[in-house]
Design a protein around this ligand. Structure first.
Ligand SMILES: Cc1ncc(COP(=O)(O)O)c(C=O)c1O
Length: 403
């Protein structure tokens, strides 16, 4: 066994193009949201196959803004949004940040995603939306979710933070609901270091998103001439003499624009997207295939024939008959240079911040099980076959010693 190998959880690829653009941006003096953000949005939209994309400061902001759009369509601040109990905590946080109440539904242990069979019982007269998460890049059961949403006239907002490159029944994840929110944080397949982006086919939603990211102001053109140059803007005083559109606030907003430096990094990242996606998918597929030999005690997610998993990371779940604990397993991996992360928690019952909602431990048995028995490791572009073989040997060694 090559004990000198290390498998870091994540990596960051910054291209020469990104570096050149960052330099250009800094020298131009125009660093706040401008032409590169616009260019990044256009390219991201064409990559996902949506008409519009609106870039913001983080994936959490992307989730929150997509939800806040619903106030323009009759939602009230007391309304509810259905989310899976298991996700990175940002999913639940964003619902509260948008001013809604999260209503949690347990997940399925085999998919790690919201259990569609439990959604209907969580719907009340106040439910406005369902926000499924494609956790670990595994597409949620969108046909079942969209069917329920249609029946109850609910909006569907995909939390696609971890699902770059995922496909569901021939369609790109991120095109399956009314809007989708991606994270561009550095652990993700497309990155602007920090950042997020909302995709949608509805240009009305996109206008509102542009207003929301900038304090709710009325200035929300797709190509803001004021942001790109100091050209004259014919709409600037459209509300009457002396009333500047930039200081007319149409809705309660956020302050979360993407800046030009982040967009410059993002544009470089888009250029290597296909290459990174391919490498990560090969790693994911290779790891999945080799990992099956441990299926007496350990499981992962499976790719169905109608889907493509977005290779965000490789999740591992201890089976109930495992003769060891997750922490023993994690400790062994970490001591052998394999970095791990936990597989998140049941937000309503295992994250203190949500206690005020009144849920009780035991209400989300599958999500709670994953918190105690789940972990994930990297499949990123700097991992190769040698690393994967090493990982498999380490797991084999662990199981030989403990069982
Ligand atoms: C499922 C999910 N939703 C939302 C987010 C929030 O993204 P960010 O960290 O960019 O705010 C993340 C972060 O990785 C995530 O995993």
């Amino acid at each position: 066994m090559n004990s000198r190998l290390k498998i870091p959880f994540g990596t960051l690829s910054i291209t020469q193009r990104s570096k050149n653009l960052v330099q250009e941006v800094l020298e131009s003096g125009r660093v706040s949201c401008g032409k590169y953000v616009g260019e990044f949005e256009e390219k991201f939209a064409s990559l996902t196959g949506t008409k519009e994309a609106v870039a913001v400061s983080s994936g959490t902001d992307a989730d929150a803004l997509a939800l806040a759009v619903l106030y323009d369509f009759g939602a009230k601040r007391v309304d509810e949004v259905i989310v899976p109990a298991l996700s990175f905590v940002a999913t639940g946080n964003s619902v509260l940040q948008a001013g809604f109440r999260p209503v949690f539904v347990d997940i399925r242990k085999d998919t790690l995603n919201i259990d569609p069979e439990k959604i209907e019982e969580a719907i009340t007269g106040k439910t406005k939306a369902i926000m499924p998460v494609h956790l670990m890049g595994k597409p949620a059961d969108m046909d079942a979710i969209n069917k329920i949403a249609k029946k109850y006239s609910l909006y569907v907002i995909e939390d696609a933070a971890e699902a770059h490159g995922a496909k569901y029944k021939g369609k790109n994840v991120g095109t399956l609901g009314h809007m989708a929110a991606y994270s561009l944080y550095l652990a993700h397949i497309i990155t602007s270091i920090e950042g997020g982006i909302v995709t949608t086919d509805d240009s009305n939603f996109a206008e509102i998103l542009r207003s929301l990211r900038s304090h709710g102001r009325a200035c929300k053109c797709k190509k803001c001439v004021l942001n790109i140059s100091s050209s004259y803007c014919p709409k600037r005083f459209q509300y009457g003499e002396g009333i500047d559109v930039r200081f007319v606030f149409e809705r309660i907003g956020f302050s979360c624009k993407m800046n030009e430096i982040e967009a410059a990094v993002g544009l470089g990242s888009l250029e290597i997207y296909e290459e990174i996606l391919k490498k990560r998918k090969n790693n994911f597929d290779n790891m999945s295939k080799k990992f099956k030999r441990f299926n007496q005690y350990l499981a992962s997610i499976e790719e169905e024939t109608y889907e493509k998993i977005g290779p965000h990371a490789f999740p591992i779940i201890l089976k109930e008959n495992a003769k060891f604990t997750r922490d023993q397993f994690v400790d062994f991996l970490e001591r052998n240079g394999i970095e791990t992360r936990s597989l998140f928690s049941s937000m309503p019952t295992q994250c203190a911040g949500f206690e005020f909602l009144g849920y009780k431990l035991g209400e989300f048995p599958n999500a709670e099980y994953i918190e105690k028995n789940g972990l994930h490791i990297g499949v990123h572009q700097d991992i190769n076959e040698e690393h994967i073989n090493y990982f498999i040997e380490v797991v084999e060694d662990f199981l030989d010693r403990i069982t």
